[in-house]
Design a protein around this ligand. Sequence first.
Ligand SMILES: NC(=O)c1ccc[n+]([C@@H]2O[C@H](COP(=O)([O-])OP(=O)(O)OC[C@H]3O[C@@H](n4cnc5c(N)ncnc54)[C@H](OP(=O)(O)O)[C@@H]3O)[C@@H](O)[C@H]2O)c1
Length: 251
Amino acid sequence: MNQTVAISAEAVGGSLDGKNVVIFGGTSGIGLSAAIQAKAAGAHVTVIGNDRQRAQQAASENGLDDWRAADVTNPETITEAVSTLDRVDHLVLLAGTFVAGKVLEADVSYLRRAFDERIWAAIHTLRALGDKLAPDASITLISGALADRPNAYGVAVLGAASAAMEAFGRGLAMELAPRRVNTLSPGPIDTPILSKALGDGRDSYVASLKQTLPLHRLGTAEEAGAAVVFLMTNGFMNGAVLNIDGGSRLV
Ligand SMILES: NC(=O)c1ccc[n+]([C@@H]2O[C@H](COP(=O)([O-])OP(=O)(O)OC[C@H]3O[C@@H](n4cnc5c(N)ncnc54)[C@H](OP(=O)(O)O)[C@@H]3O)[C@@H](O)[C@H]2O)c1
């Protein structure tokens, strides 16, 4: 028996035609890849990063619509950056660095950045946007596998800030409903963050990490960026944490 199945664009995601997408941390790595994919799906895309030149370059080299520079640990620059935005249909908050330092050794002011870049940056951004956030907007936050699987090498605070983002996302989904709020939790993804954090040690770290991973490779920015676009576009994803880790949590 033949059956006709109607598939709505909202259910399967897909088109972002005419939607305004704003990505903090969209000038590099996962965020830049999400920006490129959102643009290809028809969105008007604004990327925001800390480094002004990198933000301008990321937008111009990838045909993105607009860019801003803001330091998400500085609320004034967030307010300034969003002051000239119009309605935001999809907000993505990925800006952050690999804050690594042992609890008994690192400067507390440095460790505090893990929360400043994530929880407090999200709070300041949402307050700065106010009613610019569309009533049916999606918000995508970032955490990371370290929230579930820490190690002994100085990631306790970053893991805690990441776990906090997941709890924050669930609370926001209730406070901001019917806006949707989700959190992406990546495992190891091969982006510039590794060189920024490890410098010359990046290659040996990646080589030894690959041996331990089920897929014997890191994820790509494209794979993680596609997961961001999925969270934006699937209208029934809400209050969720999406792991994209190649099975790294299993080992
Ligand atoms: N890659 C991974 O394995 C992995 C795993 C778990 C979680 N994550 C998280 O995923 C997010 C994106 O990481 P990624 O791998 O794509 O790293 P990335 O390539 O280094 O990109 C980070 C982005 O965040 C921006 N950023 C950093 N600090 C900022 C600040 N203070 N103010 C404004 N923008 C700032 C960067 O802009 P500038 O370049 O101008 O600084 C850049 O656009 C991060 O929050 C990271 O912690 C990554």
